[in-house]
Ligand binder design. Structure first.
Ligand SMILES: [Ca+2]
Ligand SMILES: [Ca+2]
Length: 615
């Protein structure tokens, strides 16, 4: 069950979430999913991204990635267009148009091969849909239009004008292959450039039957239908029909498993309802979908989810902002509030959680990079908690260097820590979650595991000084090691399944329960007459490593279950072995041994046994 984006465990999921999960065998058998945003703004043609997808698919799957969000695959304004200036949605790098056959990322054949390679390795693929606008028209048309106020798009300024608008799309390189549809001015609502007027910074709204900014859209600037280029008129029946036709063609041609929708706050919200229902029904595929509605206001995000009938998930933009602020807080961010006012908190089943994306990276429109030191903490937060479906950003994994406007930028690879966190997500982030989000600097949580993934995990992170948290992991007398390698300590839980888990300053530790091998058995130890003073506890130590190899610093603490009788179970002792051991009282490094000879227990070939000693 590797090809599942977000099968969460132990949660009753509302029906819409099943679209995202695409469950076959039931949630309990599935692996935690992780998507990777497999591009950034400054990939180059030379990166040959489609070839890289095909080459890396096996390694990504092995690392715990289960889905890839690939950038727009169709012909943009030129051969280096990132994909958000779409010219011809049917040209996936096949026709000589806009001065190039291939797109920035490669050819159509390479794109289809990349998707096939992803599928062969159990990875889902999300295709990127840019429906708000079209760019790079083949010719201008004369259109009657009126200027609108940039800050209030509902306010017309001046009288009607005749403008030359770039709105004629004839696709001469493709002709009628795949579709005879040609775009004309009446398929659009407006533009920001009039070839005859040569004015910058203007927005022109078209006149004509039925012409108006679409609604409902985001209400910033009065009506935020218009973003850039030639804005599609989603009130025009031919536009809606053509986008449905294309959606079915695209899904069937490429085999993509789902969609990422660009700039949805600028697109008539209820357009998506009919479009998604049509494409899902016609293709017979669930086509889970993630929309980009970039606002830090969770109320607006929830309103969009409601308006679209919960057909989609949304990127958790407010969570990114919290990470950005926490990383810049100099250790003074209140870590208790890290999840406040986010989708992760308020609509976890529809939250696609992220640390960075191609808009927030340095030198881009929404530049707000999370500082390096905080990225391991942020990724632990999205990868190891139960809320949300996490997404990893390409340069955070591979690193990136680029230059724009004379500025050199380096994004450092976090691959070493990300591989450990991805591994922890795949193997240990299951079952009930106990939260300790209760301190302004140090927060933590535990995952208790489930039947398929029985080992427990305790995660702790600090944006300030180092410290420790007393947390319950539900596993008594178990040993835990830091999966990140940040701490070399061993934490042993008490008889009730609680432990004191440490973390370094400005760091994260992921404490994972020691594996119990098939040839290991458990022994329930009893130490009688363990009369102690305040601050003193009773331990067992013995001749095998799981009992500390006679090192009293590694002794296993018992619980005063029936004082002065102390008990505790050690789960990972070698089978069919005679083990010598002793009780001891310990306070700090001061030790009082059980008198007399060593106790001995011969372990069974499987299962468990008991053994007693006495002071
Ligand atoms: Ca309209
Ligand atoms: Ca629009």
């Amino acid at each position: 069950m590797r090809n599942r984006f977000n099968p969460r465990q132990g949660t009753v999921l509302p029906a819409f979430a099943l679209l995202l999960l695409v469950l076959g065998g039931g949630a309990a058998s599935a692996q935690n999913g992780v998507m990777m945003q497999y591009f950034h703004w400054y990939n180059t043609q030379g990166d040959n991204l489609w070839l890289k997808v095909a080459d890396q698919a096996d390694e990504l799957a092995a690392a715990g990635i289960t889905a890839l969000w690939l950038p727009p695959a169709y012909k943009g304004t030129n051969g280096t267009d990132v994909g958000y200036g779409p010219y011809d949605l049917y040209d996936l790098g096949e026709f000589n148009q806009k001065g190039t056959v291939r797109t920035k990322y490669g050819t159509r054949a390479q794109y289809l091969a990349a998707i096939q390679a992803a599928h062969d390795n159990g990875l889902m693929v999300f295709g990127d849909l840019v429906f708000n606008h079209k760019a790079g028209a083949d010719a201008v048309e004369w259109v009657t239009a009126v200027r609108v106020d940039n800050n209030n798009r509902n306010l017309e300024t001046g009288s009607d004008l005749s403008i030359q608008a770039w709105t004629a799309f004839d696709f001469p390189g493709r002709g009628n292959t795949y579709s005879p549809f040609k775009w004309r001015w009446y398929h659009f609502d407006g533009v920001d450039w009039a070839q005859n007027l040569q004015e910058s910074g203007k927005i022109y709204k078209f006149r004509g039957t039925g012409k108006a900014w679409d609604t409902p859209v985001d209400t910033e600037f009065g009506n935020y239908d218009y973003l850039m280029y030639a804005d599609l008129d989603m009130q025009h029946a031919d536009v809606v029909a053509e986008l449905k036709t294309w959606g079915v063609w695209y899904a069937n041609t490429t085999g993509v498993d789902g969609f990422r929708m660009d700039a949805v706050k600028h697109i008539k919200y209820d357009f998506w309802n009919g479009w998604l229902d049509h494409v899902r029904t016609t293709t017979g595929k669930p086509l889970p979908s993630i929309a980009e509605h970039w606002t830090y206001d969770v109320v607006r995000l929830k309103a969009f989810l409601d308006a679209t009938g919960n057909r989609m998930s949304l990127f958790d933009a407010p969570l990114h902002l919290n990470f950005f602020n926490a990383s810049r807080g100099g250790g003074n961010y209140d870590m208790r509030t890290l999840m406040n006012n986010t989708l992760m908190q308020q609509r976890p089943a529809q939250a696609v959680t992220l640390v960075e994306n191609h808009d927030t990276q340095p030198l881009q429109a929404l530049e707000s990079p999370v500082m390096d030191w905080f990225k391991p903490l942020a990724y632990a937060f999205i990868l190891l908690r139960e809320e949300g479906s996490p997404s990893v950003f390409y340069p955070d994994y591979y690193g990136a260097t680029y230059t724009d406007r004379g500025i050199n930028v380096t994004i450092n690879s976090q691959k070493v820590i990300l591989d450990k966190l991805l591994d922890a997500r795949r193997r240990f982030a299951y079952g009930p979650q106990y939260n300790y989000l209760d301190h302004q600097n140090i927060i933590g949580w535990t995952r208790l595991g489930n039947a398929q993934h029985p080992r427990a995990m305790a995660v702790i992170l600090s944006d300030g000084a180092g410290g420790a948290k007393w947390m319950e992991v539900g596993k008594a007398n178990a040993r835990f090691f830091d999966h990140t390698g940040n701490s070399a300590a061993v934490v042993t839980t008490d008889g009730a399944g609680w432990g004191e888990f440490p973390v370094g300053g400005g760091s994260v530790s992921v404490w994972v329960q020691e594996e119990i091998l098939p040839n290991q058995v458990s022994v329930a130890f009893t130490c009688n007459n363990g009369i102690t003073v305040t601050g003193q506890d009773v331990y067992v130590v013995g001749s095998v490593s799981a009992l500390g190899s006679w090192n009293t610093a590694s002794a296993i603490k018992l619980s005063p279950t029936n004082y002065p009788t102390w008990t505790g179970t050690v789960p990972n002792l070698p089978s069919s072995t005679t083990i010598e051991w002793k009780c001891l009282k310990k306070q700090g490094t001061t030790v009082v041994w059980q008198p007399g000879a060593n106790n001995a227990v011969t372990t069974p070939s499987s299962g468990s046994t008991t053994s007693s000693g006495s002071f």
